[in-house]
Design a protein around this ligand. Structure first.
Ligand SMILES: NC(=O)c1ccc[n+]([C@@H]2O[C@H](COP(=O)([O-])OP(=O)(O)OC[C@H]3O[C@@H](n4cnc5c(N)ncnc54)[C@H](O)[C@@H]3O)[C@@H](O)[C@H]2O)c1
Length: 297
């Protein structure tokens, strides 16, 4: 990695944050990775090693970087103060209002003036989080899909106060990652999750109410509709805890029972069956992500 490499901060090293970190180092950035849980930081380092090994096979055109070089580009911390030297921060902490709100207040305190924050959220309003900071013009939604390094596009949510300069910066950053930014407005769930979570929830209800096998639901989407993954496989990849938090947040925002989470989904989360990250969700997997040589996705 060159001495002049740009440095981006990534906060939250869970399911999506680890893959955002991998995407950045694959494209020559240094990453300051922060999570309050040291075990998540350790897992993320394994995800980065897997991503640089398998990513270029799965997405031709991805740069090839050795695992040692990639890992040398990632420094890990448990405190947000470590982000002081970053040119931009991508925030990926848990999908809970109080958790994110506290992180935005703290980020605003530790980041130098002029440093922007990309909100990687599934449903929470960009303007609502921006209002927790003294830099609302520098807060923008940047919704990566999982695993970030294999995806060609990102949903970019422009808050009411997000500046032109901030939008231009983010579109440039995405271009540097070989991605297109698709800009949408700031409403709960945005375009992607306002639609996808209805699919996930209805699929879970079919399992619960009609006894349909998860594999059958996923096969219909893949074989009949031509989707690359079915809704329950996708939910397992995202993490069922995150899917449930997102449905709860959409239900609260829209007061619409279409978003009321299925009892089956809630029971899986209560049992600790969170999808790929725990080795089982709607489907059974091998070892959790970051615990094997296999790529996610
Ligand atoms: N999982 C996905 O596919 C996906 C895709 C796009 C966006 N998102 C969004 O990204 C965010 C993260 O989702 P996830 O699925 O990776 O969740 P996750 O639960 O897998 O990971 C969240 C991480 O945030 C850390 N964290 C929580 N509070 C923190 C704090 N105060 N300071 C530092 N770290 C903290 C946790 O320790 C955990 O490692 C959510 O807002 C989610 O909606 C998720």
């Amino acid at each position: 990695m060159s001495d002049t490499a740009r440095t981006i901060g990534v906060v939250g090293a869970g399911s999506i944050g680890a893959t955002v970190c991998a995407d950045l180092v694959l494209h020559g950035f240094r990453v300051v990775l922060v999570d309050r849980d040291p075990a998540a930081l350790e897992r993320a380092r394994r995800v980065v090693a897997e991503a640089v090994r398998f990513g270029p096979m799965l997405r031709p055109g991805l740069p090839r970087v050795g695992a040692a070089e990639a890992l040398a580009g990632v420094t890990t911390y448990t405190a947000l103060e470590a982000l002081g030297g970053c040119e931009f921060v991508v925030e990926n902490v848990s999908e809970e209002w109080e958790t994110k709100r506290a992180v935005y207040r703290e980020l605003d305190r530790v980041l130098p003036a002029g440093v922007g924050i990309g909100v990687n959220t599934s449903s929470i309003g960009i303007g609502r989080l921006a209002a927790e900071t003294g830099r609302p013009e520098l807060v923008v939604g940047i919704h990566f899909m999982n695993p970030a390094y294999l995806k060609e596009a990102v949903e970019v949510m422009r808050g009411a106060e997000t500046s032109e300069a901030c939008m231009a910066y983010v579109m440039g950053l995405l271009a540097d990652l070989g991605k297109e930014g698709i800009v949408v407005g700031d409403f709960p769930g945005f375009v992607s999750n306002r639609i996808s979570h209805l699919f996930f929830n209805e699929a879970a209800r079919l399992v619960e109410e009609e006894g349909v096998e998860p594999a059958v639901i996923d096969q219909i989407f893949k074989r009949c509709f031509g989707h690359r993954m079915g809704p329950l496989e996708t939910a397992d990849l995202i993490g069922l805890d995150t899917v449930l938090l997102t449905l709860d947040s959409l239900h609260e925002s829209y007061r619409d029972d279409r978003f009321k989470a299925s009892a089956h989904l809630r029971a899986l989360v209560a049992d600790g069956r969170l999808g790929r990250k725990t080795g089982a969700g709607f489907h059974a997997y091998g070892l959790p992500a970051g615990g094997t040589g296999a790529a996610q996705g």
